[in-house]
Write a protein that binds this ligand. Structure first.
Ligand code: 9WN
Length: 435
């Protein structure tokens, strides 16, 4: 890569992160997402570690200061200064103050993929200073509690995997992966008359989830909220319960990261290695389908694997101890016409099977290309001995941002920028790919 391009991209990324920094956290986007989001903060910390490690640690501390008593890390921490309708559903909708064990600050009651231990470990590896060690000592028990919540209260299926109760918890909100279980959620768009969507104030309506999707998102969140966001009795009362390959692969990767962190803070890495091995075995056992040769989410309500071949199926590659057979299967799936991974990629990595009839090139998680997903796969490819494919994917991601800017997502054919134009995790993870 030409030095001048790298310098320009680093400056763009630094400028985007600085522009989205808000006192003690980074907003994903000033317009669409003006609060702190959980997995965004983890990705952003990976980027800040390249520029301002103090901000990487501050970001994670702010997020974990909002952890609930049961260990859940909320998917949104609301900025009190931005109260008043900038984002829907906002703090009044979630009403976290009325739930047991919620923190003093207003949050949502949901979670997102637990990529934080990995982010903390990478930030420490980049700058292993006294400040980093002290931050890790503070974070370690909190990261352990986050894992305990997932492995305990959220193991609704009883097989050692965490269950998500809402598509927002996967981070891939309207992925075709969720169409089947969502179709079973009773909802009517009339419910939206009581609310106002704010996302479509800032983004093209054709690029966002539909009103019917939103009606179901609201119905699910209201159902969970009605029981104080408790997890007991979920199978009897909650209409969406799914084991997600990304959430569970992230939980497994987190145990590997925690083994490293434990060694730094003087704790025992052994239990983390054991838990990592158990999670990887459960992900393979429960979510790998030998017939399709890829991973799928499992619907805990019906017991069935969900058939859509979305990019979620590739993400167990982030598990460092994934067996060779499944590594080979993921690489074959990624290289197929469905995803087009190659040492020289013709088009960006899509979020859904591009040969599927329900592939939608501009609608959010139903086709567009996302840098955070590319980054996770890039790490997995490097860890599992595929440096040429990793380099091809990195080059494709760099090309996207070099041509279109630090957008939220990109058109999977043309590479045009979509969604928010100054998106924090795109900038942060680009810095990591360029390093
Ligand atoms: C709901 C902030 C978040 C990301 C998610 C992405 C989107 C929110 C929304 O934005 O979700 O959490 O309002 O659409 O899907 O992955 O964390 O960037």
């Amino acid at each position: 890569m030409v030095d001048a391009v790298v310098t320009r991209l680093r400056a763009l990324a630094a400028d985007t992160l600085a522009g989205n920094w808000e006192h003690d956290h980074t907003v994903p986007s000033r317009t669409l997402y003006p609060h702190q989001w959980s997995w965004d903060s983890a990705f952003v910390a990976v980027g800040w570690a390249h520029l301002r490690p103090d901000r990487a640690w501050r970001e994670l501390r702010t997020l974990f200061a909002a952890q609930w008593a049961d260990g859940r890390v909320p998917h949104i921490v609301f900025n009190p200064a931005r109260r008043g309708g900038a984002y829907f559903p906002g703090p009044d909708f979630w009403a976290s103050a009325r739930a047991d064990g919620a923190p003093a600050v207003a949050t949502s009651g949901l979670l997102q993929p637990p990529v934080h231990a990995l982010a903390a470990w990478l930030a420490h590896r980049r700058a292993p200073t006294a400040q980093a060690r002290s931050a890790l000592r503070w974070l370690y028990p909190r990261l352990v509690a986050q894992q305990r919540y997932l492995a305990g209260r959220r193991d609704v299926g009883g097989a050692g995997l965490a269950c998500i109760v809402h598509p927002w918890e996967s981070g891939l909100d309207n992925s075709p992966a969720w169409d089947l279980p969502l179709a079973a959620v009773p909802a009517d768009t009339a419910v939206l008359r009581a609310y106002r969507r704010r996302d479509t104030d800032h983004a093209d309506v054709a690029h966002r989830p539909t009103d019917l999707d939103y009606a179901r998102y609201v119905a699910l969140a209201e159902s969970y909220r009605a029981h104080g966001y408790r997890d007991d009795g979920l199978p009897q009362r909650h209409p969406f319960l799914v084991e997600c390959p990304l959430v569970n692969a992230a939980a497994g990767a987190a145990e590997h990261a925690l083994a490293g962190i434990a060694a730094v803070v003087g704790a025992d890495p052994g239990p983390h290695r054991d838990r990592a091995a158990r999670i990887t075995a459960a992900v393979v056992d429960r979510l790998y389908d030998p017939a399709s040769g890829t991973f799928h989410p499992r619907d805990v309500r019906t017991g069935a694997l969900l058939p859509a071949r979305t990019v979620l199926g590739l993400l167990p590659l982030i598990l460092p101890d994934l067996p060779r057979r499944q590594v080979d299967a993921i690489v074959a799936e990624a290289r197929s016409a469905r995803f087009g991974l190659a040492a020289r990629m013709e088009r960006p990595l899509p979020s859904h099977d591009r040969t599927a009839p329900d592939f939608e090139p501009v609608r959010y998680w139903r086709g567009p290309s996302w840098i955070n997903i590319g980054w996770l796969l890039w790490r997995g490819l490097r860890g599992h001995g595929h440096p040429e494919l990793a380099a091809g994917l990195a080059a494709s991601m760099i090309r996207l941002v070099a041509t279109a800017g630090a957008h939220e997502y990109f058109h999977p054919d043309t590479g045009a920028g979509l969604g928010s134009p100054r998106f924090a995790w795109t900038a942060a993870l680009l810095l990591d790919v360029l390093a």
